[in-house]
Design a protein around this ligand. Structure first.
Ligand code: DQA
Length: 151
């Protein structure tokens, strides 16, 4: 059986997870998050392509590429959440199910983090669950898309 693929997309500064404001974002590194998501997806019958970029255009290119070879997108757009019509437009254009993840609860934080351009395009938004949010996102998409039961 050809395994279906999920795009796991992380935006700017998330490469610094582990050392970046651990009181807000915790001590888990991005590599650990990507490995955990990959292992979980594998147990549910999906592959993962993990991409992190600090550049808006690269994130958009990754979303465009996903149209032809992925079945769903988990995205933490980081600061672009609050600024990027272009990322929201790209997610709309590819017509894949999207789960938006934030490690922190953006609604408990500064006012400028309360608005997300991505949320209206997402089927599900998870905010404030820390790294578990990525796991919830993978489980949601596997269930939504019809994956295998976990072993
Ligand atoms: C974030 C929240 C954003 O407001 C912030 O700019 C980030 C990370 C989160 O995961 O909590 O970089 O998306």
């Amino acid at each position: 059986m050809t395994e279906r693929r999920l795009l796991l997309l992380n935006g700017p500064n998330l490469n610094l997870l582990g050392t970046r404001q651990p009181e807000i974002y915790g001590s888990t590194t991005l590599a650990q998050i990507e490995d955990a998501a990959t292992d979980l997806a594998d147990s549910l019958g999906f592959q993962v392509r993990a991409v992190q970029s600090n550049h808006e255009g690269e994130l958009i290119d990754a979303i465009h590429t996903a149209k032809s070879d992925c079945v769903g997108i988990v995205i933490n757009p980081a600061a672009f959440t609050h600024t990027s019509v272009a990322i929201a437009d790209a997610l709309t254009a590819v017509e894949l199910p999207v789960v938006e993840v934030h490690l922190s609860n953006i609604h408990k934080r500064e006012e400028f983090r309360h608005h997300s351009f991505v949320s209206p395009v997402a089927e599900v938004v998870v905010a404030g669950a820390g790294p578990l949010g990525y796991e919830l996102a993978v489980r949601y998409l596997a269930d939504r898309l019809g994956g295998n039961e976990p072993a």
